[in-house]
Design a binder for this molecule. Sequence first.
Ligand SMILES: C[S@@+](CC[C@H](N)C(=O)[O-])C[C@H]1O[C@@H](n2cnc3c(N)ncnc32)[C@H](O)[C@@H]1O
Length: 254
Amino acid sequence: MVTDVPYCALDQIAANPEVQRVREVAFAALHLEPGQRVLDAGAGTGEVARLLSTRLSGTGSIVAVDASADAVATARARDEGTCVRYAQGDVCALDFPDGWFDAVRCERVLKHLAEPDAAVAELARVTRPGGRVCLVDTDWESVAVDGLPHPLVARVRTHLLATVVGQHLDMGRTLRRRLLHAGLRDVTAVPVALYFADPLSAAAVLPMVNPMVPAAAGLIPADLREEWFGALDEAGERGDFLATITMWVAAATV
Ligand SMILES: C[S@@+](CC[C@H](N)C(=O)[O-])C[C@H]1O[C@@H](n2cnc3c(N)ncnc32)[C@H](O)[C@@H]1O
């Protein structure tokens, strides 16, 4: 599956301080040590894989796998001499022997998959006994806002939940269960509430408050679009806008 998120959106997400806070929790959960083999599965344009390379001071080997040939090519083009190796591949059928990696991470990928548990099993298969698996995903049903008219928010929320189909909107909160059912041990799950105090910073992470997301994406009902973005502008000008969303970092030992 090719990403449905444009790379500029991935870049905006990566640059957001609240997302960086989530990634710090995920880094810590991997228990990385110099010289280790690490996999970022569904790595997109490789931003986090290159950060991992910095964390390991260029030691060890980092592999960034993504299903999209375009994402892999973009990731390679952006690399300026790190130790990251980029490869096209499917997180549900990875081309690595059992136990190959010391640590494996997978961020915001499982929610797109038809069989996320097959992916979790595959991530565990390529991790050595005693190695770490870390999953990061969003709970899209946790979005909450303030500073906007409540009936308007309710209508947009109802529309979103009915429109965004084919994705696991609750994926974040299910990660712990999936690791447990895959037979991993020392399972932990940390909810990280991302907090945005203005519509502009929220727009980097929440597409429904981003006026640059084309109307054709259908996130906001056509007849509410003007009212919705007008209300967001007004809340931003008053300074009383607030939005939160919870991302989950779940980790375990194989
Ligand atoms: C929302 S992006 C997240 C990228 C990156 N993990 C990040 O956090 O910035 C989802 C990525 O998962 C990739 N992807 C989707 N299905 C995949 C699969 N079955 N195997 C590997 N990658 C997949 C997409 O191509 C896309 O790059």
